[in-house]
Design a protein around this ligand. Structure first.
Ligand code: UDP
Length: 238
């Protein structure tokens, strides 16, 4: 166990606290929801609890399959203990099915199944609205080294394979998701969260959206969607 100390940072969906254990932080998942780079604000009842539990399931699965993550242990309903990371300011989006910004940008209909995964990189900067960048920007601006980018690419594609296979079994299509990485003790590890906030999950048969798009697009049944993901992953209901 670790004792909670002072708050270090408050983001849109999480707070991060120092602990009495050097190199370990406590992440506290909030119910606050934002979309469109903070322009739309709201709250999703129990989202913090569900995202903490859902992320813990995914991090345990990935660790089991050899992916290094920041996850140490689940501490409470809303809190997990994680390794402190030097965050790499590159967000990675992996796509299997066309949706969201890709559909808008290239005029490809949502739902088109891609023949292979697409990897995209975005500069992690809220004030700029996370603009898309490529390998050249990343190298020339020193956001990450080529060795780090090779590892990030390798890990992102492995995570995609593991999650696709795991979720197929739960009757869920993994449409796309966003990952963040950082460095802890010289090792590159997966950070942030893996939840309906930063993944698109569709029911395999009905294509019903079971993720934050229900909030972004005012589709209703937002809490229910997060609960349904939790239920399919764990067999338990909240
Ligand atoms: N995403 C995210 N944070 C962001 C942008 C995107 O977690 O700041 C996730 C989003 O939930 C989706 C995937 O990344 O699962 C691809 O998002 P997209 O580029 O389509 O952007 P959106 O349509 O959400 O604006």
């Amino acid at each position: 166990m670790a004792e909670k100390r002072e708050q270090l940072y408050e983001g849109k969906a999480k707070r991060v606290y120092r602990t009495d254990r050097p190199g370990l932080y406590l992440v506290d998942y909030k119910d606050d929801a934002t979309a469109f780079n903070g322009a739309k604000k709201g709250s999703i009842q129990n989202k913090g609890v569900l995202n903490n539990l859902i992320s813990a399931v995914f991090f345990r699965l990935l660790e089991e399959k050899g992916i290094p993550t920041h996850f140490v242990e689940q501490v409470s309903d809303r809190e997990m203990l994680v390794k402190a990371l030097d965050i790499i300011k590159v967000e990675v989006v992996v796509r299997n099915i066309v949706a969201g910004s890709l559909s808008k940008r290239l005029g490809v209909p949502e739902g088109k199944v891609l023949t292979e995964p697409i990897l995209e990189f975005y500069y992690k900067d809220d004030d700029l609205g996370d603009p898309m960048i490529n390998d050249y920007h990343i190298r020339a601006l020193g956001l990450a080294t080529p060795a780090q980018m090779n590892r990030i690419t390798e890990l992102s594609l492995k995570v995609n394979k593991i999650l696709l296979e795991y979720l197929a079994d739960k009757n869920i299509d993994l449409v796309d998701f966003k990952l963040e990485f950082g460095v802890h003790g010289g090792e590159l590890v997966l950070g942030d969260e893996i939840s309906p906030d930063n993944c698109r999950f569709w029911d395999k048969v009905t294509h019903e959206k079971l993720d934050k798009d229900r909030f972004r697009r005012d589709l209703g049944k937002v809490e229910e969607a997060y609960e349904e993901i939790y239920r399919r992953l764990t067999g338990k209901s909240m």
